[in-house]
Design a protein around this ligand. Structure first.
Ligand code: HEC
Ligand code: HEC
Length: 144
């Protein structure tokens, strides 16, 4: 009986320590997005990074095109505040995300040719690797 009680005490203590260490480790790595207004709030970190890399590639820009960053003296990489909404480009990007969703839902998803569904449009469909797509033949002339 005595041994059992001791065992019980020891294992309860162990379990307690385990829970405490686990919650600390989780806190340390808690990079969860805090300011998602268009993407689902529970978007995983991996998905979020893939989406962000996709935007950067589609527009031919780097993360700092939409996100505020600060050079840190003596450090190779700037410090980012990804949750901040200070750069107007980030909010334009949000409108673009809503627009792309709407175009796909209202039009592309409903079009079928010979029974084949169409591939959905994405940022690269218009941006083609550039931050500013060519919007008209007039603007094309001006660029030449
Ligand atoms: C074209 C603009 C654009 C570019 C380029 C971009 N992002 Fe974003 N990013 C956004 C927008 C818009 C959101 C917010 C999405 C929302 O509200 O659902 C966001 C959100 C995030 C968040 C979540 C922040 C939070 O806590 O809410 C992270 C992390 C992030 N971006 C990382 C990156 C990284 C890393 C890169 C470069 C590889 C990058 N982004 C490039 C537009 C951009
Ligand atoms: C249907 C075409 C189209 C699609 C799809 C599209 N964009 Fe755009 N985007 C434009 C046009 C047009 C402009 C404005 C160009 C100009 O300033 O003349 C623009 C401008 C922008 C700008 C602002 C650039 C600046 O100079 O301020 C950002 C940021 C942007 N788009 C992000 C995105 C992202 C992110 C996606 C995908 C979620 C996307 N766009 C999808 C057409 C599109």
């Amino acid at each position: 009986m005595k041994i059992n009680k001791k065992l019980l005490l020891v294992s309860t203590l162990c379990a307690g320590i385990l829970v405490i260490t686990q919650s600390f480790t989780l806190k340390d790595h808690d990079d969860k997005a805090t300011n998602l207004k268009v993407l689902p709030k529970n978007t995983s970190e991996e998905d979020l990074h893939n989406i962000m890399r996709g935007y950067s590639k589609a527009l031919g820009v780097r993360c700092n095109y939409c996100h505020v960053s600060q050079e840190v003296p003596g450090q190779q990489h700037p410090k980012f505040d990804f949750a901040a909404d200070d750069k107007p480009e980030k909010n334009v990007a949000r409108d673009m995300m809503r627009m792309v969703d709407a175009i796909n839902a209202k039009y592309i998803d409903k079009i079928q040719t010979n029974g084949h569904a169409w591939e959905q449009i994405t940022c690269v469909t218009c941006h083609n690797g550039k931050a500013t797509p060519i919007v008209s033949t007039d603007s094309l002339m001006k660029k030449q």
